[in-house]
Design a protein. Structure first.
Lengths: 202, 202
């Protein structure tokens, strides 16, 4: 499937065939592609929790407005990020020439050290980038998807044993739809979203 | 181009042919596709500033570690978000049935009201989703791209007249590459990024 069609056909799907199963190969392909998504300074801070255990799905559904897709979808991915990756840049730059490492490591430290909001922004942004990779790849693989942030983040973190220096960004349900999405409820005009050079002066 | 190839071929490209021009049609296609990216509650808060004026590009380059791609690329997109969209949900749900509106509007208010960090997280996440849409669509259109957050956000905000209730998430340079990307400097193992059901107990 070409990229344009994948973008145009993707909709947030709420109802899935609970008997549909993803193969191990499909799951690994999807996540390997997700790991090709860009991260600032190549720090690869995303962490993907694949929730396959039905009992854990039920627990999460109860923490997420009882949304059916959480238990009906073939796969539920919780996109998380590890916040402390910037402290060990050598782990992500081992194949770079020494001169590049000598330039990058102090730059990485200067960018993140003592800046928790910058670190958190990065986590949310990178998980967004990786999430769209997953949803468009899923589309090509004949799967539907639903991005979700309507849940109790803290309680879901406890359910999945979220380590202390990690945060949750959002979740994606994936599978075979049984019901189409609603017609789009309203789309803003191109001119409301796209500006040339600058925002207009107030 | 299929989705898998677009994902695998995308790399952050730093050097572009400054004589390459994007047509108005290409630009409009790219941004129209970006606007198909999902947003929570369909609030479509992303705002895209297309910086085409060479003088403004120079100003931004000076605020971004003098990175060459900022002036050499065919297009520079600054991905921003409007933070106050949740206050007017009727603007984004006008085509939905009344019953859906009656359910959604209080839910939207409850989700965002008085929660500036939740609103900010949403902005970063949505711009990440839209940014990957742009970069994968660009790949299909024969264009290269570079996502960037190495710049002075506040100073760039002044340059583009960023309105008070907006924030910048990141920038993307787009164009025709003249130099390939470095070999990947290091990739973490699948097992470091992907977990089954839960993170392991500490």
């Amino acid at each position: 499937m070409n990229v344009t069609d994948a973008i145009l056909n993707r909709r947030a799907i709420k109802h899935y065939d609970p008997t549909h199963h993803l193969s191990e190969e499909e799951i690994e392909k999807l996540l390997s592609l997700a790991m090709q998504s860009p991260t600032a300074f190549n720090l690869q801070h995303w962490r993907f929790v694949l929730v396959r255990d039905p009992a854990i799905r039920q627990q999460i559904r109860a923490l997420a407005w009882d949304q059916a897709q959480i238990t009906e979808a073939s796969l539920l991915i919780i996109l998380c990020a590890r916040l402390s990756v910037w402290e060990e840049p050598q782990r992500y730059w081992s194949k770079a020439p020494q001169a590049v490492q000598d330039f990058m490591f102090p730059a990485i430290r200067a960018y993140y050290q003592g800046k928790p909001q910058v670190i958190r922004d990065e986590a949310m942004r990178s998980c967004g980038l990786a999430g769209q990779t997953i949803m468009l790849a899923a589309q090509e693989m004949g799967l539907d998807s639903c991005p979700m942030d309507g849940f109790d983040f803290e309680a879901v973190g406890k359910v999945i044993n979220l380590p202390e220096d990690h945060i949750i960004s959002f979740m994606i349900a994936l599978g075979k739809k049984t019901t189409d999405a609603w017609p789009k409820p309203g789309q803003i005009d191109y001119k409301e979203a796209v500006f040339l050079n600058q925002f207009p002066s107030a």
